[in-house]
Write a protein of this length. Structure first.
Ligand code: MGD
Ligand code: MGD
Ligand code: SF4
Ligand code: MO
Length: 678
C-alpha cells in the first residue's frame, strides 16, 4: 500500500496548535511531522505527538462498556451502542423527574480543543436546562491578571520573538509545554539575543537559558515591583509613554519608590544584585519580549503576579518596539462565533453553574440542591487533573451518582463510570481549531475510520439529544455542515480559500498587537491600577501575601513548598495511560534539594512519602539541585495506578477558591517528606 500524506492540526490542549503532516498507510497512522510551510509551526512539533501512534493504534476503548464491578475497580462488559444510549436516556430522565434538569452536569474539559467537538455537549445542555460548568481549571487566574492591565488576551505576534534582543520566559516552561515557541526563540538567539528564564526550579527551559532567575514560588509580584523601582530610579522609564498610554501617576510612583530591591530580596529569595541586574538587562534591551506563562498563575496570588509582570513593558514603552512587548495568550485575536455549536439562544438565565476547580466539593456536598445525580464527562479526566482530588474520587464513588464517560482510553475517571462510550481521536473526526499561543485558524479533516464503534463528541451529542426527544434542526447537522456554519457565522472566508485549504492567518494588525493606538480597556490605556472586583486584592502592583508559605502555622507544620507542574512526556493526563511512556518515565519521583534530603536521611532513589493535611502518597526521591532548599516538586501526570494509594498527585493540591474569578492554585502547597523504612 502506498503511503499518503495529509494535512492536519494537533487537537491537544497546547498553545502550539501545530499544523501537522500525517502519513497514512493501509488506513493506519504511520507517522506525524510538523508542517514546514505553516508560519508558526515551521516544521517543529513535540515528541509526544510525533509518537501519537502510541494512542491511535494503542489500547483504545472501542465499544460501549457497562460497569459490572464496584465503582473504581475498572470491571466492565461490552454492550451495544443502542443499549448504552437507552441506559443513559433512562438515567437522565429519571434524575430529571426526581430532581429537575439541573441535577445533570455535563463536564467537558480540554481533551480536544476543536471548536465543533469540544463544547458540543453545551448545545444539549442549553436545550435541556442542565447545570453548566464554569471552566476555571486552566486559564482563569492568569487571564484575570492579564485582563487587569492589558485588557484582552492579545499581544505581539509570537513569531516576532525572533526580532527581540532579550527574551524573558517568565513562568512558562516552553521547552516542555510549547516547543514551537522555542524554535522562534532559537532564531532570536542566533542573532545574539539573550534568553532569561524566571522559574522557581531549573526546568527543561531554564537548563538551556543564558540565565536562570529562580524566585520563590508566588513572589513574581515582588520581583516585578522591585524591577520597576530600579527602572524608574535608573532612568530606564519612558515618561512620554507612561503619560500618554497608561494610567501611571504620582501615587503609583510613590508606591514603587518603596518597593526597593532590599524589600523584595527576602520575599523572592533572590539577592539584591540579581534583582538590580535583571532590571538593568531589561532596561538596556532595545526590544525585550516577555512571554508570560500560565504556570506562574497557579498560585493564590497568581493574578496579582501576572498583572505586576505585565506592567514592565509599560514602564519602558517596550510595547512599541518590533520584537518587544509581552504576550500571555493569543485567543482574543480570533472572532469565532460558536453560536451554531452552542445554541446559547436556548440558555436559561438562571441555570446553576459549577466551578470545575471545585467539582469534588460539589459532588460530595449533601446540601447541594438539587444534588448532582448524573455526571456526563467528555473530553476530560477530572479524577486526575483537578485539585482536591480526594474529594473528586469520593464523589465519583457515590452509589447514587450515575456517571457516563466518553473516552478514547481507560482513565482514572473512566474507572468510576457506570457507562463508558468510545470516542474518536482527532484523526478520526473533522474540526476547526483556533489557538491560544499562535494566530492561525486551522482545519483538520477526518483522515482515518473511527476505531470500531467510536463516535465523535458532535455525533454522540446529536444522537443523545434526539433520543431524549429534541427534534431541533441544530441536532441534525453533520460535523462538516457545522464547520461551514461556524466559519460563515464568524465572517471568515470559506475553508476552500484558506492557505492549502488548511489555515487562515487571523493575527491582529501590527499596530493593534502592539497597542499603538491604545489598549483594549475602556479608556484605551494600560492599567497599572488593576481595579480588581475583589476588594481584598491589592489596588496596585504588589506582593500579595496570601499563599500557604505566608501562613506561619502552615509553614511550621509543613516545611517544604510543593509544586506540581507538567512533565515533558505527557500532555495533562493524556499519554499517561501509555505503557511505553510510563516505562520510559520510570514511575513518580519527587525532587528534593540535597540539603533537605540529607536532613531527612533520604538518598536518591529511596522510597519516600510526601504528605500534608489532604493526603499522603508514596513515591521515589530524586535528589537534585534543580530545586532550591525548601522547595519540593513533582512533574505530573501519572495515573492513580502508579501509586500504592490508588490516587495521583493532585490529591496533595488544595481546592480553595482563588481570587478574583476562581481557578486552581496547583503550585501553592506545603508538605513534609519522610523516608519509608525498608
Ligand atoms: N497539578 C497540576 N494539575 C493540572 C495542571 C497542572 O499544571 N498541574 N494543569 C491543569 C490544566 S492547565 C488543564 S488544561 C487541565 C487539563 O485537564 P483535562 O482536560 O482533564 O485533560 P486531560 O487530563 O488531558 O484529559 C483529557 C481527556 O480527554 C480525552 N479526549 C481527547 N480527545 C477527545 C475527544 O475528542 N473526545 C472525548 N470524548 N475525549 C477526548 C483524552 O483521552 C483525555 O483522557 O489539567 C489541569 N491539572
Ligand atoms: N509536555 C506538556 N506540554 C503541555 C502540557 C503538559 O501537561 N505537558 N499542558 C498544556 C496546557 S493545558 C497548558 S495550560 C500549558 C501550560 O504551559 P506553561 O504556561 O508553560 O505552564 P506550566 O508548565 O504549568 O508552568 C510553567 C512553569 O511555571 C512555573 N511556576 C510555578 N509557579 C510559579 C511562580 O510562582 N512563579 C514563576 N515565575 N513560575 C512559576 C513552574 O515551575 C513551571 O516550570 O502547557 C501545555 N503544554
Ligand atoms: S507541541 Fe503542542 S500543539 Fe504541537 S504537536 Fe505537540 S502537543 Fe500538539
Ligand atoms: Mo491548560
Amino acid at each position: 500500500m502506498p503511503i499518503t500524506k495529509h494535512y492536519s492540526t494537533c487537537a491537544l490542549d497546547c498553545p502550539g496548535a501545530c499544523a501537522l503532516l500525517v502519513n497514512i498507510e493501509d488506513r493506519q497512522l504511520k507517522s506525524i511531522k510538523g508542517d514546514t510551510e505553516h508560519p508558526f509551526t515551521q516544521g517543529v512539533i513535540c515528541g509526544k505527538v510525533s509518537r501519537y501512534a502510541d494512542i491511535q493504534n494503542g489500547k483504545r476503548i472501542s465499544t460501549p462498556l457497562l460497569r459490572v464491578g464496584t465503582k473504581g475497580d475498572g470491571e466492565y462488559k461490552e454492550i451495544s451502542w443502542d443499549s448504552a444510549m437507552e441506559r443513559i436516556v433512562e438515567g437522565i430522565q429519571s434524575a430529571t423527574k426526581k430532581h429537575g434538569p439541573e441535577s445533570i452536569l455535563p463536564y467537558n474539559s480540554s481533551g480536544t480543543m476543536g471548536i465543533i467537538q469540544k463544547q458540543a455537549i453545551d448545545r444539549l445542555g442549553n436545550r435541556a436546562g442542565f447545570s453548566r460548568i464554569n471552566d476555571t481549571v486552566c486559564y482563569s487566574i492568569g487571564f484575570s491578571g492579564w485582563q487587569a492591565g492589558v485588557g484582552k488576551a492579545i499581544g505581539p505576534n509570537p513569531t516576532e520573538i525572533s526580532d527581540s534582543d532579550l527574551v524573558v520566559l517568565w513562568g512558562i516552561n516552553a521547552a516542555t509545554t510549547h516547543i514551537t515557541l522555542m524554535h522562534h526563540v532559537k532564531k532570536a538567539r542566533k542573532k545574539g539575543a539573550k534568553l532569561i528564564v524566571v522559574d522557581p526550579y531549573r526546568n527543561k527551559t531554564a537548563k538551556i537559558a543564558d540565565q536562570h532567575i529562580a524566585p520563590l514560588p508566588g513572589s513574581d509580584g515582588a520581583l516585578a515591583c522591585a524591577m520597576m523601582h530600579v527602572l524608574l530610579k535608573e532612568d530606564f522609564a519612558n515618561w512620554d509613554y507612561l503619560q500618554k498610554m497608561t494610567d501611571f501617576d504620582g501615587d503609583l510612583l510613590a508606591h514603587l519608590e518603596e518597593k526597593t530591591p532590599e524589600w523584595a530580596a527576602p520575599l523572592t529569595g533572590l539577592s539584591t544584585d540579581e534583582i538590580i541586574n535583571f532590571a538593568r538587562s531589561y532596561g538596556e534591551a532595545q526590544a525585550p519580549f516577555i512571554r508570560v506563562g500560565i504556570g506562574m498563575s497557579r498560585q493564590n496570588n497568581g493574578a496579582v503576579n501576572i498583572h505586576s509582570v505585565s506592567c514592565l513593558p509599560a514602564i519602558t514603552g517596550a510595547w512599541e518596539k518590533k520584537g518587544g512587548g509581552a504576550l500571555f495568550a493569543t485567543g482574543d485575536g480570533f472572532h469565532v462565533n460558536k453560536e451554531p455549536v452552542l445554541q446559547n439562544k436556548w440558555r436559561k438565565k438562571k441555570v446553576r453553574q459549577i466551578d470545575t476547580s471545585l467539582l469534588g466539593q460539589a459532588l460530595i456536598d449533601d446540601n447541594l440542591e438539587p444534588p448532582i445525580a448524573v455526571l456526563l464527562v467528555f473530553n476530560g479526566n477530572p479524577a486526575g487533573s483537578l485539585p482536591g482530588l480526594n474529594k473528586v474520587h469520593k464523589g465519583l464513588q457515590r452509589e447514587d451518582l450515575f456517571t457516563v464517560v466518553h473516552e478514547q482510553v481507560m482513565t482514572d475517571t473512566a474507572r468510576y463510570a457506570d457507562i463508558i462510550l468510545p470516542a474518536t481521536t482527532f484523526l478520526e473526526h473533522e474540526d476547526i481549531y483556533k489557538s491560544y499561543g499562535q494566530t492561525t485558524l486551522q482545519y483538520a479533516g477526518k483522515l482515518l475510520p473511527p476505531k470500531d464503534e467510536a463516535r465523535c463528541n458532535h455525533d454522540m451529542v446529536n444522537d443523545l439529544a434526539i433520543r431524549l426527544g429534541y427534534n431541533d434542526e441544530a441536532f441534525t447537522f453533520s460535523s462538516a455542515e457545522m464547520i461551514k456554519q461556524v466559519v460563515a457565522a464568524s465572517n471568515y472566508p470559506p475553508i476552500k480559500q484558506w492557505t492549502n485549504e488548511q489555515w487562515l492567518e487571523c493575527a491582529p494588525s501590527w499596530e493593534d498587537s502592539h497597542f499603538i493606538k491604545g489598549f483594549p480597556q475602556k479608556d484605551g490605556k494600560f492599567h497599572f491600577y488593576p481595579r480588581w472586583s475583589n476588594p481584598d486584592m491589592p489596588p496596585v502592583p504588589d506582593h500579595w501575601a496570601v499563599n500557604r508559605r505566608d501562613n506561619i502555622l502552615i509553614k511550621n507544620r509543613y516545611p517544604l513548598d510543593f509544586m506540581l507542574p507538567p512533565a515533558n512526556e505527557v500532555l495533562n493526563t493524556t499519554f499517561s495511560s501509555s505503557e511505553k511512556i510510563n516505562k520510559k518515565r520510570g514511575g513518580p519521583k519527587l525532587m528534593l534539594n540535597p540539603i533537605d534530603a540529607k536532613s531527612r536521611n533520604i538518598t536518591d532513589g529511596d522510597t519516600i512519602q510526601v504528605f500534608n493535611d489532604l493526603a499522603c502518597l508514596t513515591l521515589k526521591a530524586q535528589v537534585t539541585t534543580a530545586v532550591r532548599q525548601g522547595l519540593s516538586l513533582c512533574e505530573i501526570n501519572y495515573s492513580g495506578d502508579e501509586f500504592p494509594e490508588g490516587i495521583s498527585l493532585n490529591a496533595l493540591s488544595h481546592d480553595n477558591w482563588v481570587a478574583p474569578n476562581g481557578g486552581p492554585a496547583f503550585h501553592d502547597n506545603r508538605v513534609e517528606v519522610e523516608l519509608v523504612k525498608p
